[in-house]
Structure formats: C-alpha cells, structure tokens
Design a protein around this ligand. Structure first.
Ligand code: ZN
Ligand code: ZN
Length: 366
C-alpha cells in the first residue's frame, strides 16, 4: 500500500491520541490494525506512540509485515502479545496507554494488566480509528470505485440468465462466480436473492425457489478489492410489470433518487433519511420500510455514519461514502430495494455504482 497514505493516516491518528491525553495506543481490532499499518494478516497488534509505531506479530507473519507495514517497526512476539505490548510500551516511556475497550476481551485485559503491573496505565478508550475511517482517502476510493465497477460488470453478465425456471440458488451461485471471475477477492457478504413473495424478506438468502414470470427479483451483493467492499441492490421484474409493481417500483426509485439528489456537504444523515422515508410514508408504506436508508462502508461492509431516523445525525463532509437503499417489503406480496454507493464530494456527490435502474432497464421480457 501507498506509503504517503499510511503516513497521513498515522499522523491523523496521533492527533487523536493527543486530544485524548494519551501518549500511546494499543490497537487490537484487526480492521484498525490493517487500516493504520497496512498489515493484512491476523493475530497481530499495533502499538502507536507519539513518535513510533510497532507491529507486534508472530513468526508466521514477520516477513509479510516487513513488506506491508512501511511506516512501522516489526516486532516478533515470542511469548504473548500482552507481555510484548506491555514491555514495549514501558520501554518507549508510554505513561497512559489507550486501548479499544469495545474490542479487547476481559481475558486479554487481565493478562495485559498483569504484564504492565502499574506501568503503563491502561486507559479504556473508544475506537479512535472509526472516526478517521469515515473519510476515504484517494487510495481507498480507487479500490472502492473498482469494487463497485466489478459488481456492475458481474450484474451485466448475469442479466441474460434471469429467466423463469432458474432457481434463486442458481442465480446466486452464478452471480458469485461472475464477481470472482471479474476480479473480486471474495464476497462482501452472502449474496441476497429474493424473488416473488420471498422479496418481503429484506435479507432473503437464496432458496431453491425457481423464478416465475411475474416475479420481482431482488439481488443484493458486493465485491472486494484490496479489502474494500462494494454493495449494490437491484430489483428486476420478469415480464411486463402490473400496475401495482409499476407504482411501487417508481415510488422506491423516486425515494432513492430524491435522497441522492439532496446529498451534499452540510446536509445531515437524518435529513437525507427523512427525504426518502417521508415519500414512502406519504404513499402509505411507512410500516413496510423498517431499516435505515443506508450505511457507510469500506474495509467493512457496515461502517459509520449511517442514514438512519434514530442514529444521532452526522453532518456530511467530502470523502464520506454511504449507500442509499430504500425498499418496501409487503408480506404475501413481495418487496423491492434499490441501492447505490454515493460519495460525498466538494460539489455534491458522485454515484459509484453505475448499473441502470429505470423500470424499463429492470424489466426482463420473457
Ligand atoms: Zn446491499
Ligand atoms: Zn447496504
């Protein structure tokens, strides 16, 4: 990974340390170790001091760590992570050592406290990294854009296979293969395929149900590039839509597009959620849209902030990336959702997922 990007992240992290009156931090959450150091293995911790950074790892990973962690010293763990971390922090004159209290186990904390004795002092802290990870740097955006493009490509190749008779499972498997063949490192999450009345399940895993003429089919899936996740949903209609399908599709699409149009720096997450939610509510589907409008994503599929009616509002700033994914789910009838990845830019926004989504685009003549 890019040395300049790693340096920038580490500098920003050290500023946060200073604000918290800490002179060292033990990063144990794997995704944060990856973000700050560039290390892609597991079972390793990162000790950040005011001047230095140390990746603590075992012999399986020392060579990989030397290649990946361009801004860290690599320290071989011989006995335990806790003993190595405590000894190193003391040797580096760390007095107040923060740790991610939401992610360290009780047993780890006990071992660390035993090893540290009274020095350094262990200070429970929030996850300081997640605030930095809200803003995607150029390196991250390059791979997020690519992951989104792979999803677009896989869905384009899948579309001719959406025919009556093929099962949800076959569709899901084929889409997964197409994503991998396009270059995805894995699946962002288990691909969702929900057709006909099963569409009422927002997170329906693929079943043996065959697609039938008249079904709406919701596909929600994502690709991974360099650890960065994409996320997209499209709902197709097999055959000409009936008036009810047409009206409900147009409603969800209008809600999604109005919310996206409003996205720009200065607006807050709750306002954007309300734009889509109010439209759906006004059409009488308030009870049928139970989830938040969207979520941030990056090294993880769900990150903060979120477009939500209940989470504390967050003011949008350039560099944030969130999905916009309204849907309606009607038991007995089915459901639909439309989801895109939207980057907040200086001027407004940029949509990373490009697959078409008009009713006409989604209608499959059969
Ligand atoms: Zn999704
Ligand atoms: Zn999503």
């Amino acid at each position: 990974m890019d040395r300049a990007a790693l340096k920038q992240r580490m500098n920003a992290y050290r500023q946060k340390l200073g604000q918290q009156m800490l002179d060292g931090f033990l990063v144990t959450r794997e995704v944060n170790v990856h973000y700050l150091s560039g290390f892609t293995g597991d079972s390793s911790w990162l000790l950040v001091t005011r001047q230095e950074a140390f990746l603590l790892t075992d012999s399986r990973y020392t060579e990989q760590a030397r290649q990946e962690c361009l801004e860290c010293h690599v320290v071989l763990v011989k006995e335990s992570l806790e003993k190595t971390a405590a000894a190193l922090a003391a040797a580096e004159s760390v007095h107040r050592l923060g740790f991610e209290s939401d992610f360290m186990t009780v047993a780890q904390h006990q071992r660390l406290a035993m090893a540290a004795a009274l020095h350094p002092e262990l200070v429970p802290s929030v996850d300081l990294c997640s605030a930095l990870r809200q803003f995607k740097d150029e390196y991250e955006l390059k791979w997020l854009r690519e992951a989104a493009a792979l999803g677009d490509r896989a869905l384009t190749q899948l579309k001719p296979h959406l025919r009556p008779g093929i099962t949800e499972r076959e569709i899901g498997n084929r889409l997964n293969i197409l994503m991998i063949e396009a270059g995805s490192e894995g699946l962002s999450f288990e691909t969702i395929v929900a057709s006909g009345s099963r569409g009422a399940l927002p997170h329906g895993v693929p079943s043996d149900k065959p697609l039938e003429k008249g079904d709406m089919v919701t596909l929600d899936f994502g690709c991974i590039r360099k650890g960065y996740h994409s996320d997209m949903t499209r709902t197709f209609i097999l055959g000409a839509p009936d008036p009810e399908q047409k009206a409900r599709y147009e409603l969800v699409l209008a809600a999604q597009m109005r919310a996206i149009e409003a996205i720009r720096p200065g607006r807050n997450t709750r306002e954007i959620d309300a734009i889509a939610r109010d439209l759906i509510k006004a059409a009488g589907f308030d009870e049928n849209f139970g989830h938040g409008l969207g979520h941030s994503l990056g090294l993880e599929i769900h990150e903060s902030p979120r477009f939500s009616p209940i989470a504390p509002p967050v003011v949008l700033e350039p560099g944030m990336l969130l999905t916009v994914e309204p849907g309606i789910y009607v038991p007995g009838w089915g459901g639909l959702r439309i989801e895109d990845m939207v980057l907040i830019t200086e001027e407004g926004h940029d949509i990373l997922t490009k697959f078409p989504k008009t009713l006409e685009d989604m209608t499959i003549i059969c």
